[in-house]
Every structure is written in structure tokens, then in C-alpha cells.
Design a protein around this ligand. Sequence first.
Ligand SMILES: [Zn+2]
Length: 282
Amino acid sequence: MIPLARRLTAVCALGAALTACGTAGPTGTAHPAKSSASSSPSPARPPVLAPGPGGLTPVFEHGPRTRGKTVALTFDADMTADEGRRAASGEHFDNPGLIAALRSLKVPATVFMTGRWADQYPAEARSLGHEAQFEVANHSYSHYAFTEDCYGLPTVGADRMRSDVERAYTSLRKAGVPRPMPYFRFPGGCYDQQALRALSGLGVTAVQWDVVSGDAFATDADAVVRQVLDGVKPGSVVVMHCTRSAAPTTERVVRSVVPELRKRGYRFVKVSELIGESGGNR
Ligand SMILES: [Zn+2]
């Protein structure tokens, strides 16, 4: 077993969050709101949460607990800005087997993709972006942290936060994702008021989670399965990873967790549906 400190450092160097990191920020209240992140006037504009006071970026952690057994599996497609050399030498930051499993199991899912990942795997990004089963959201361009002390991740300065998110949207669109969602997941899940303020006006809802799968660097798929099954409640958002090198068991975990949760009466949904049920405006 990897010592905890080393494990956390390693995990976060690759952008995963093993434990809830960052501050327990305000959960966005659900009032009608309009997104300004979408550039196309689609009639099916995704629901977003209303901004907080002063336009503060709202934060979503989970859906309603009392409106049926729904659960959203989310997958962070991590790749840090400086990992191109590792990818070139054969390290796999993607996970086609996982995506194939989600397809064959017909599980709707939300993928939080870094711009750097989309640059590296444009065909995969494009295909995810064109399938109704999936929604592709923003996980920053560089996968640098938006706060200090976020598991050893390099930090993006406050004056660069907004442009880093915008750059990710540019990469996603360039890869062929036609309508990336107005949802943003902070690298490592780390954020504070300054970070929420920096992203004000972008029209994004920050999406956290209430269930940590523990798939990052896990070697024991069964332990991850147990952690997910123990944690899921109605409306839960589960954080997992779509990065073979950092989360090698995730496909196996999904193949176990999905049938079991279905047996327990759960229905899989995308994050947008949970936000919509929370009162986000469509
Ligand atoms: Zn990440």
C-alpha cells in the first residue's frame, strides 16, 4: 500500500481527488438562471444554477435526495499541461475500455475533460461530444489548481483562472465537441471564494461531488466498488476518472457497480439532469 502522504501527492499530481479537498463551498441555490457559457442559442440550453451574491459562481454537489433514486457517474479526463512527453512515450491518459463499457451498459455519464486531454485525444473527445449518452464538461485547460496547497498541483494565478477555463472550451470545441456543457470541475476539487469570483460571469456551474470512488491509483477494484456502493444515495454525484495510467481499475469498477446499483433501483443520469431537478433553468 502506498503511504498516504505519497499517495495523495501522486494522485493529485495527476489531478485526482482521493478525499474531499478544497473548502466546503456554498452549494448553489436553485433559482432560475441563464447560462452565458453556451455560444449557440440551442433551445435545449443546459440547466445551470443561479449565481450567488455578486454573481459568484454557483457550486453543485449533488441532486435532490427525495426525488427518486438517480445517480450521476462523472469521469475526470485528467491530463496536465506538461504531460505531453509522457503521453508521447506511451503513457495512456485516456481509457477507451471504460468508455466502451459505459456504451455497452448504456450508462449516461458526464466527462469533465481538460483542454490538454482534448488536444491529445481529439477523436475520442469528438466522439464523446457527439453521443447523446455523454455530456462533456470543462476540467480546466492545464489541470493546475485554483487554490494553494491542492495536493501538490501547480497553481494557476487568479489573473489566469478565467482564461484557463476559456482555453479549455476552445480546445474542446476544436477537438470537435460541439456543445461543451457550462459545467466546470476544479482540478483536485480545490476552490475558494477567490476562485469562484474569478469565474463569475462565465455562466458556469462548478460541479463537485458527494461520493469519492477512490479509483485514483487503486489496484483493488473491489475496494473501490464497495466505496461507491456504500456512498451512493439518491441524487449522488460520483467522481471517478477516465485515465488508464492513474485509474486502472475504473472499467472493472463500472462493470460491477452499474448492475448492482440498477438492482437496487437506481437510474443513471447525467449531471445536467440532477442540476435540472435541483431547479436549474433549462
Ligand atoms: Zn482532475
